[in-house]
Design a protein around this ligand. Sequence first.
Ligand SMILES: [Zn+2]
Ligand SMILES: [Zn+2]
Length: 242
Amino acid sequence: MSLISLTAEKAGWRKIQCLICTDSLTVTVSWRSLLFLEKEKRICEECSAQLLPISGTVCKKCCRPQETESLCDDCSIWEETEEFRDMLQRNVSLFSYTPFMKEVLSTYKFRGDAELAKIFQPLMVKAYQQHFSSLKPLLLPIPLSPQRLYERGYNQSELLIAPLLRNSTSSPLIRISSEKQSKKTKKERMQVLPFKLSGQIPQRPILLIDDIYTTGATLHHTAKLLRDNGASEVYSLTLIRS
Ligand SMILES: [Zn+2]
Ligand SMILES: [Zn+2]
């Protein structure tokens, strides 16, 4: 018996846990995965089936699923407001905001389960390569306030795109308003300026990274701030479009 077949026999079946529901996941280690070091499966079939990837017709600007590609209601409001017109070029989101996804996001953000990022990192990287890499943008994850970062121990937006962040340079965005957007009304969210700048903004495309696109308030305000200070174009890549 060769060394390789011994290794395969030994590694044949392993038990790992689904990163979402923690049910145990039985994974067959195939010859292919042994030879090519394929990424192992991290979530179970049931959880996987409950995630709803965005596909089909979407709003051409924000990726919201709808019947036509025309601007959705949210985008129309932003585009009709002169100071925000054309500030955010386009948003790409990967998943719809289902009750299941809401639960996953809350586990990820509020229960400190940073491991969950590993499910989405490969998909975020793929979306980046598909939609944005040709622009060679500066990647800018939406930062947390220092206090929130201290409490949580990680920035969920930064973690989502971690494989593409080579050097941890400090963000030019400093948060000046609370993260508790969910407590605010839609109108309040559209008015609050979430960040101020520290340092120079490069004159090149910038790609903002965030976990969820809700009204687009955070992203539009940030895009305007960056455009007013030198960025040539601003885009966003978000995990979820609610
Ligand atoms: Zn599961
Ligand atoms: Zn839209």
